[in-house]
Design a protein around this ligand. Sequence first.
Ligand code: NAP
Length: 287
Amino acid sequence: MAERLAGKAVADAMKEELTKKVEEIKAKGITPKLGIIRVGARPDDLFYEGGAKKTCEAIGMAYEVFEYPADVDQESFEKAVTAVGDNTEVHGILMFAPLPKHLDERKIRSLIPVDKDVDCMTLGSAAKVFADDLTGFPPCTPTACMDILHHYNIPIKGKKCVVLGRSLVVGKPVAMLLLRENGTVTICHSRTENLPAVCADADILIAAVGRAKMVTADYVKAGQVVIDVGINEDPDNPGKYVGDVDYAACEPIVDKITPVPGGVGSVTTVVLCKQTIQACEMQNGLA
Ligand code: NAP
């Protein structure tokens, strides 16, 4: 039976540490603050926003939601995003994407200052992540994967790490973070040949493919660590969520595995707060 790498234990330990850090910063007269930019009211965005607010409250951070109607025009929204970026009380910005189709998302993303870009919305942040410049923030989900590996003392150096998925939000940045820690990294995608065999060769397998229960028993091996990033509606149980890994099939084989729900997703909002606190420290010369 595999060790279950629960996200809650990771999130709780991080929250304890961040609470102390926020107290230290507040003692210097500064309150770290997250600015959340939301257009419209998509249920997924509202759900994530609720989690982010709860985490901010739990660790004593401030937050403010900047909410705009779904039909906001490009010019007004550009002004609004620029104003949030210029607001010296806001240290980190989360902007929900995708934006409605009528907005030029590429242009709007570029208006977020890189030093406040705590979820890697800008090309400037992505460049820093790829260049190992530690002043650039990776997207929260890849950082959450790394925080889980660190919390459970899973060695990365020299290990074969296979990342299933090559999106800019998860696959590519998590591959860079594993490489930064001297993992030997392979990135797989929809054109990869012999995919199950490539995945089964990994010491650490990160599944970020967006396909419910795609990773079956033939993708894994004994001794492996499996991090499941996927959040998909369960085709067999509408209304319930499952990962990219078929947990029931893989759990008896591998050494360690994250559950869905209760794995990576439980850590991402804490990472959002952690990166906002780091941004606050950098902006105030405290880092
Ligand atoms: P995405 O942009 O759709 O990318 C999926 C990747 O998987 C692509 O690189 C695609 O390859 C690859 N892929 C798709 N089907 C494949 C197949 N049959 N075989 C091999 N590779 C295949 O998805 P994403 O945004 O990275 O998200 C991935 C998953 O993570 C989703 O379930 C999403 O809901 C979840 N997620 C979770 C969190 C969290 O906090 N836990 C945050 C973000 C995302 P190609 O490039 O070749 O098309």
